[in-house]
Ligand binder design. Structure first.
Ligand SMILES: Cc1cc2nc3c(=O)[nH]c(=O)nc-3n(C[C@H](O)[C@H](O)[C@H](O)COP(=O)(O)OP(=O)(O)OC[C@H]3O[C@@H](n4cnc5c(N)ncnc54)[C@H](O)[C@@H]3O)c2cc1C
Ligand code: SF4
Length: 517
């Protein structure tokens, strides 16, 4: 059996970033990834291949609470979900770290403060080359450094939108973007500012995803090894169940055990819960680290809406994800509870609408799909969903993931939609048209949109109500850590990846201390 100092399972935002931090230590590190390298090919940038044919979506089958098949929007590649992500790299707000009263209940406090996370947010912004502008977002938390790169500029139609919003009394800001764009020197810019970023893999590897930023550089260290197409199927413990001794790995139809001093699960929130639950033993009869029956519970994924408005003037924007609006993020005078975040998604393209008959019939015959795409201005609305014990990952009879989920905060979600709808006239859009955008969010099977999954192994100080301690180590096992978005006790209403990255750096520092002995 081969032995390593550290085995990290999953190479996405959490696992990839952690390995990048541990790599210079010289310790023997193994990264296990169930997917393969994502091939660079023309289809990377073809809307039809990516959004209609689902070329990069895994064939994994999950089940919903009723036992019905679910085709989750998951992508198993080196770099994990970040290969496809929109690279909007937000910090959580200071308020998200405290207890926050919502319409449907309380969003619980985190066991660490924003101040403890702040240095790691700064490091993660540097590592992932985040472009942004401080001082514009009214909910921005205090920061110790400016963004490492200037904000990505708005294209004219989005600048107009920013101006119209400001004129109407709102405070739009430049969204934080993880793209390797050098607008001052485009001949040498890695990013070419294309229309195929959000939801697509980057053909020229200029998106700050975990493969490009973290995994590839980590593999340049000879003490770091990665196995692709290697799925961790079970974690084995010593007879007392106090430590993990080996990972059972399935690769090319063969199974082998790999041992390590420290094991880190970072398979994404649903898959890390699955791995722990599938590792039940005599010492851990309900699943590993699950003496408190918390593993798999409190699943969250944002109460999101992808919508498009129709601009009176054409919207020829190429890279649209440059604007955000947090005026409704916290409770306000009109509505006493937080509503959420509004940001742009990638510009819609006509092929994305293929098969979306409801929209076609609603506006036909005056509006063809091409004309809709030409005028579309695309928004992403996120309302926080609350951690609820009954929203959970369990194992189906065949060992697959079963996802039970009931929505929370539907009222603020509705209000946020209403806010945007009410603004349309002021911001140069046709009033009354705010349409669902199925390409980004499968509105007909909402729980399959698992892009922002989080919360199945939350961290905390009380082993009765949490799975991990504040270092993201399992309360019940000395050498088991979880660093994907599973650890979130609440999800806030901004995108989760930067928080997973920052936390991986934080846990990385803890592990470096532990490895030094
Ligand atoms: C289309 C899309 C757009 C998004 N846009 C944004 C955005 O703009 N901003 C943002 O902040 N977030 C965005 N996200 C979400 C963001 O990508 C995730 O929050 C983030 O990647 C989660 O990190 P993670 O480490 O928890 O999981 P992942 O990044 O998903 O990594 C998990 C890894 O584990 C591997 N794995 C799973 N099971 C096993 C196993 N048993 N054995 C071995 N390996 C395993 C997977 O293949 C994967 O590589 C987006 C996601 C998608 C899909
Ligand atoms: S906008 Fe830049 S980073 Fe995004 S896919 Fe295009 S080239 Fe890559």
């Amino acid at each position: 059996m081969s032995h390593y100092d550290v085995v990290v399972i999953g190479s996405g935002a959490g696992g990839g970033t952690l390995v990048h931090r541990l790599a210079p230590s010289g310790k023997r590190i193994l990264l296990l990834e169930r997917g393969d390298w994502l091939t660079r090919e023309p289809q990377n940038w073809l809307a039809e291949s990516v959004f209609v044919d689902g070329r990069y979506v895994s064939a994994d089958k999950w089940y919903d609470a009723a036992g019905k098949d679910l085709e989750p929007e998951v992508h198993y590649f080196v770099g994990g979900a970040t290969k496809m992500y929109g690279a909007a790299l937000y910090r959580l707000r200071v308020e998200d770290f405290g207890e926050l009263q919502h319409h449907d209940g309380v969003s619980p406090a985190w066991p660490i403060s924003y101040e403890e996370m702040e240095p790691y947010y700064t490091q993660a912004e540097r590592l992932y080359q985040v472009h942004g502008a401080r001082g514009e977002d009214p909910t921005e938390p205090p920061t110790s450094e400016p963004y490492p790169f200037p904000a990505v500029s708005h294209e004219p139609r989005i600048q107009q939108l920013a101006d119209d919003l400001a004129a109407a009394g709102y405070r739009p800001f430049h969204a934080p973007c993880g793209v390797m764009l050098n607008e001052g020197d485009m001949p040498h810019s890695a990013c070419v500012r294309c229309q195929n970023c959000d939801g697509f893999p980057c053909l020229v590897q200029a998106k700050s995803d975990a493969e490009t930023i973290a995994v590839r550089p980590a593999l340049a260290h000879e003490n770091v090894t990665m196995l692709t197409n290697a799925t961790a199927v079970e974690l084995k413990t010593n007879p007392g169940g106090t430590a993990v001794t080996a990972v059972l790995v399935e690769r090319d139809g063969e199974r082998e055990e790999i041992s390590a001093d420290i094991i880190v699960a970072s398979c994404g929130a649903a898959n890390s819960a699955k791995l722990l639950l599938a590792s039940a033993s005599e010492a851990h009869p309900s699943g590993l680290a699950n003496g408190s029956d918390q593993v798999g519970r409190n699943y969250m994924f944002h109460n999101s809406q992808a919508v498009l408005a129709l601009s009176k003037d054409p919207n020829p924007t190429i890279f649209q994800k440059t604007l955000g609006l947090n005026d409704f993020y916290l409770a306000g005078e009109e509505f006493p509870y937080p509503l959420g975040n509004i940001q742009m998604v990638g510009k819609s393209q006509a092929p994305m609408f293929r098969g979306e008959k409801p929209m076609e019939t609603k506006l036909a015959p005056e509006w063809t799909l091409e004309r809709i795409a030409e005028h579309a201005v695309d928004f992403w609305l996120s309302t926080e969903d609350l951690p609820r014990p009954e929203n959970r990952v369990t194992l189906a009879a065949d060992g697959s993931i079963e996802l039970s989920y009931t929505y929370s905060n539907e009222e603020p979600k509705k209000q946020l939609y209403g806010k945007l709808r009410s603004m349309l006239g002021e911001i140069g859009m046709h009033s009354g048209h705010l349409l669902p955008h199925h390409a980004y969010l499968k509105n007909e099977i909402p729980v399959a949109g698992v892009a922002h999954q989080a919360g199945t192994c939350r961290f905390g100080t009380d082993p009765a109500t949490s799975v991990l301690d504040t270092n993201c180590r399992a309360h019940e096992l000395d050498n088991l850590y979880v660093v994907d978005t599973s650890f979130f006790p609440s999800i806030g209403a901004v995108n989760p990846a930067l928080t997973a990255m920052a936390n991986a750096l934080r846990v990385g520092d803890h592990l470096l201390g532990r490895l030094r002995g």
